[in-house]
Design a protein around this ligand. Structure first.
Ligand code: NAD
Ligand code: LMR
Length: 334
């Protein structure tokens, strides 16, 4: 039985995500943490759902982080500020970097063996931040740290199905999305869709480009529609839980053959470096999940010539975002 913690549980993502996690019968304890006191009410609310997980809420100023994290097996982090129209994810760095750093420190101190799933943006930088905190604490296990990019995978299925005129069939299309989680760093490998997308999509370069662009900038669609009220929360809760559920099944319930893309540490993996053509510390790849977390990183496989171009665009941005995260921890504060 699994102890799960959600950090930032009172937020737009945190609340529905906590509800979804509560429904997983493998969870014996669900601990909800936030800086705002309403998290205790959220926990009381969710605790009435008739599933096994004992659900409790913790606030920061009552030493809550320690109590929420002590001995947790899986920690999901949607804490931090969301975008408003006109902002990039990187514009969130100044606030969210410090939030993720402090939460990662709490994890290193209280549950160093937990699987850590980071949702807080900019994911391309916040995951390297957490890794640096864990390295400094001597607890870094690259197999246990995941940047959640599942919303890109979910969007790829939904938007591709719509683009080919089969909007009801979204869930039937499994499409790997690799790279990072921001604009051009999001690299949907439509040529590897299972089942295959129709040839007519690939022969219509304008349509193909429009689809890729929509997947890459799907987050902006929601940010603009919410018009200052935040970014994706419900689809993110769905996607975050989808990944957590896959990890729980593979890590704690012995399920085999579970493969899902995630933004993970690839610095040790020569095969991935070779495919990317660069020494990068983090990249989203299809990850085989198991008892230790990221058991095996799967290759990107054959890319079309258009996808190779997209990879180059991704590589124009991603290394800088990784370095920015690393430097945030490594450079002494002035
Ligand atoms: N990875 C993705 O695909 C993805 C998708 C959507 C949103 N996001 C990101 O998720 C984050 C949260 O989005 P949201 O819409 O839920 O925002 P929100 O403002 O609705 O909720 C954030 C919550 O975090 C809490 N919080 C702030 N500082 C905290 C701290 N130090 N410790 C614990 N909790 C803290 C806030 O009190 C709030 O309840 C944003 O950074 C957003 O950009 C990522
Ligand atoms: O777009 C955002 O800022 C939130 C999230 O990263 C998303 O992809 O929806």
């Amino acid at each position: 039985m699994v102890v799960a913690a959600v950090l930032g549980a009172a937020g737009g993502i945190g609340q529905p995500l906590s509800l979804l996690v509560k429904q997983n019968p493998a969870i014996k304890e669900l601990r909800l943490f936030d800086v705002v006191p309403v998290v205790k009410g959220v926990a009381a609310d969710v605790s009435h759902v008739d599933t096994p997980a004992i659900t409790t809420g913790y606030v920061k100023d009552e030493d809550g982080l320690k109590h929420a994290l002590k001995g947790a097996d899986i920690v999901i982090i949607p804490a931090g500020v969301p975008r408003k129209p006109g902002m990039t994810r990187d514009d969130l760095f100044n606030i969210n970097a410090g939030i993720v750093r402090d939460l990662a420190q709490g994890i290193a101190e209280n549950c160093p063996k937990a699987f850590v799933l980071i949702i807080s943006n900019p994911v391309n930088s916040t995951v390297p931040i957490a890794a640096e905190v864990f390295k400094a604490a001597g607890t870094f296990d690259p197999k246990r740290l995941f940047g959640v990019t599942t919303l890109d995978v979910v969007r790829a299925s939904t938007m591709s199905a719509q683009a080919i005129g089969k909007p009801n069939d979204a869930s039937q299309y499994t499409i790997p999305v690799v790279g990072g989680h921001s604009g051009v760093t999001i690299l949907p490998l439509l040529s590897q869709s299972k089942p295959a997308l129709p040839e007519s999509l690939f022969s219509d370069s304008e349509k193909l480009k429009a689809l890729v662009n929509r997947i890459q900038f799907g987050g902006d669609e929601v940010v603009q529609a919410k018009a200052g009220g935040g970014s994706a929360t419900l689809s993110m809760a769905y996607a975050g839980y989808k990944f957590a559920e896959q990890l729980i099944a593979a890590a704690f319930e012995g399920k085999k053959g579970v493969v899902a893309p995630s933004y993970v540490y690839v610095a040790d993996n020569k095969d991935v470096q070779k495919e990317i053509g660069q020494d990068l510390a983090f990249f989203s790849v299809p990850v085989e999940l198991g008892p230790n977390g990221a058991e095996k990183l799967h290759p990107l496989g054959q890319l079309s010539s258009y996808e190779k171009e997209l990879l180059q665009a991704c590589l124009g941005e991603l290394p800088g975002s990784i370095t920015k995260g690393v430097n945030f921890i490594q450079q002494p504060k002035l």
